[in-house]
Design a protein around this ligand. Sequence first.
Ligand SMILES: [Zn+2]
Ligand SMILES: [Zn+2]
Length: 280
Amino acid sequence: VRTYTGLAARTQLCALQYDTVIEITTLSSSSGGNCALITHSGRSILIDAGISLKRTGVYLSALGVNIRDVDTILITHTHSDHVGNLRMLTKHLKISVVSSAAAADSVSKYLYPGTRHVPIAPGDEITAGGMSVIPFRTPHDCTGSVGYSITADDRRLVFVTDLGIVTDEVMAAAIGADLAVIESNHDIKMLKTGPYPSYLKNRILSSQGHLSNDLAGEFAVDLARKGTRHILLAHISLENNTPELAVRTCIGRLASAGASPHDCSVDFAPQFDMGITYKV
Ligand SMILES: [Zn+2]
Ligand SMILES: [Zn+2]
């Protein structure tokens, strides 16, 4: 299944060259459900709550993490593939929820009564799981949609899916991260010639929709030029893309820009399964 295990193996080797400070594993990444685990010094946080409590628990225990020890869920936005299981998770776990202030009202509808909810303005900083977390606005057709920049000691990762274009604000937040999880949603040709109705095609292609492979590739080039060592392509469409095509497009853009695969690895987040653990 994993065509790019060579790259993954290289990533693991790279990780051995310095102490690991932050680890990230995507648990599911697509319109079918989104969730990722980030750990630092034995503490854990999740990004989004798009898969069931049971699946989340099974994946976490496979990673050696007890789901009851997760202290915070960061919510990117309130589309159902990101918050569909938030009520169940907050019902059964003693867990704090962080969202943008603009999304606070819509997020609160998904919370089990009594859940600690911390709305935060984009650009402000909070601590979650011992890590510094800063949300930044993303252009997406959902009020208060954000990505997150997460730092521990001198290591930083950025997580940004569900965005129509890479705005200056997104670029400013992402540039300089050691690892970037970026959306590579669709191949434009596959989308345009595919089965979706035109209103949906237009929604996805709009500046408030989802990021194409081409735009993700350009984004990756800018990030790699400023020192990002790992690009993880996420939220890959099931109908209008394939993981292989997303990775190939991104590697092609990086190669055209003169980046060596040794400088910046490219891999994808599996759409319905746990990915490998990246260490920065
Ligand atoms: Zn989504
Ligand atoms: Zn969305």
